[in-house]
Design a protein around this ligand. Structure first.
Ligand code: FAD
Length: 432
């Protein structure tokens, strides 16, 4: 058994989302005996497989980008080949209304210049304003001081027209899952820095050709088991108590160290039991949350989109994915609505009907869907607001660390933020 820094042997990870599994894989790799406790019966947390009408689908359509370096590295480590499991497309924003921006496979910044100046329905002046904006951010070293809303940032840099409605605002809402009027400009700029202004491949869109479970959670759990660890599904951790030399979970199992990798509100319920964690708790208690809705519509097999991912503007749907073109059942479309908004007032039936009408307007006459399913994740992510205080991974308690997409970092609530925090927590737990 490896010594993780201060005589540790067994490590517990609470939560088998992407953060918890990233922590568990990293700990197992370091030689620790890891036990992962997961409250639900499935792996993956907010990015998990669900079974609908006999098909393996996701609780919500996810998109990765080439800049998700650590996620891709860990996928490879656990034997999930990103080249096989993910469709890699150069950055492309294609809308049902004809707007079309596509980055060619050229090095940065040529890829961006070509994408902006050759985009359909983007005025030359808007393309020029976009380049000025990016140059100005670079000159300021991508720092926005003081932090402000994305709306204000875009106003200050005169980002108007289709550039705003079809590029920056949808990118912000998709990446930060927060309405532009209250989204953090600094976090948005970090996303632009890593995604758009780095190596060309960083801006690639990576869309799963399989369900989310096979992408990382399943192979990660197998990796942990193959390294002598255990993954306990359907086992919520309700109590965490400090005992000499470590922690006791649920009054039963004792571990030298614990990674709490639950969602923020769930982590808060555990932290409240431990004294000395007031700072982390008050940060978590101040969080607001944003929903994401995924509406699956199953049409006859002949129905497909002109691209795997199509943007919609001015209606309810934001992005619609053709799961048939992504290895799923033919004719299955997944419409995504990120962040809070007017759609929250609609019933599931009204929402499905409205999206059906928007699809008809874009694709022409369509038969009625054979079935539909709306999945609403009410707390899909924390709201990425300006200057938000986020808890650190290290806690005041030795051997206890936090992991999750919400833990302090420059990233919004994403898979990459979750994975990075899991790796960081596993590395830190033997040292704090
Ligand atoms: C619909 C939707 C769409 C999204 N789209 C994207 C996208 O396109 N791209 C992207 O990068 N990100 C996207 N995200 C965000 C991404 O899914 C999350 O950032 C990420 O999954 C968070 O992982 P996590 O491990 O931090 O937390 P979670 O996934 O919440 O994992 C926490 C786990 O802990 C378990 N747990 C909680 N309490 C306990 C307990 N007491 N005992 C044991 N287990 C417990 C939970 O059951 C859960 O499995 C999306 C999220 C949603 C919901």
């Amino acid at each position: 058994m490896a010594d993780l820094g201060h005589g540790l042997s067994g490590a517990a990870v609470v939560g088998a989302g992407w953060a918890g599994l990233a922590a568990a894989v990293t700990l197992a790799e370091q030689g620790a005996r890891v036990t992962v406790f997961e409250a639900s019966r499935s792996l993956g947390g907010r990015a998990r497989r669900v079974s609908i009408d006999g098909a393996d689908l996701d609780n919500g359509q996810h998109v990765l980008i080439g800049a998700y370096r650590e996620t891709l590295r860990l996928m490879r480590k656990v034997g999930a080949d990103p080249d096989e499991l993910l469709l890699r497309l150069p950055l492309e924003l294609r809308y049902a209304d004809g707007f079309h921006l596509r980055a060619p496979r050229l090095p940065y910044p040529l890829n961006l210049l070509a994408a902006l100046f050759c985009a359909r329905k983007l005025a030359f002046s808007e393309a020029r304003a976009a380049m000025r904006f990016l140059v100005s951010l670079r000159v300021r070293n991508f720092r926005v001081v003081p932090d402000r809303s994305v709306t204000r940032l875009l106003d200050e840099h005169s980002q108007t027209g289709a550039l705003r409605t079809h590029v920056w605002e949808p990118l912000c809402v998709s990446a930060l899952n927060t309405p532009v009027a209250c989204a953090s400009a600094q976090i948005f700029v970090n996303v632009l820095r890593d995604g758009l202004t780095g190596a060309r491949a960083a801006s690639d869109l990576l869309i799963a050709r399989t369900d989310l479970g096979r992408l990382f959670p399943g192979p990660a759990a197998e990796y942990v088991k193959a390294h002598g660890g255990a993954v306990e599904l359907g086992t919520p951790v309700r109590r965490v108590a400090r005992v000499p030399g470590g922690f006791r979970l649920n009054d039963a199992h004792t571990f030298s160290c614990v990674v709490i990798a639950c969602g923020p509100h769930q982590a808060g319920q555990l932290l409240v039991q431990l004294s000395a964690l007031d700072e982390a708790l008050s940060a978590i208690n101040a969080f607001a949350y944003e929903p994401i809705v995924t509406c699956y519509l199953k049409y006859p097999e002949s129905v497909s989109l002109p691209a795997p991912m199509l943007g919609f503007s001015g209606g309810i749907a934001q992005w619609v994915f053709d799961r048939g073109r992504l290895g799923g059942p033919k004719g299955l479309l997944a419409a995504v609505i990120s962040a809070s908004g007017a759609h929250e007032q609609l019933t599931k039936e009204e929402l499905t009907a409205r999206i059906g009408i928007e699809l008809k307007a874009a694709l022409g006459e369509l038969p009625s869907p054979q079935w539909s399913q709306v999945i609403t994740e009410k707390r899909a992510t924390f709201s990425s607001t300006p200057s938000l205080a986020r808890p650190e991974a290290f806690t005041a308690i030795r051997g206890l660390v936090l992991a999750g997409d919400y833990v302090a970092s420059g990233y919004p609530g994403t898979l990459e933020a979750a994975v990075r925090s899991g790796i960081a927590a596993a590395t830190a737990v033997g040292k704090n």
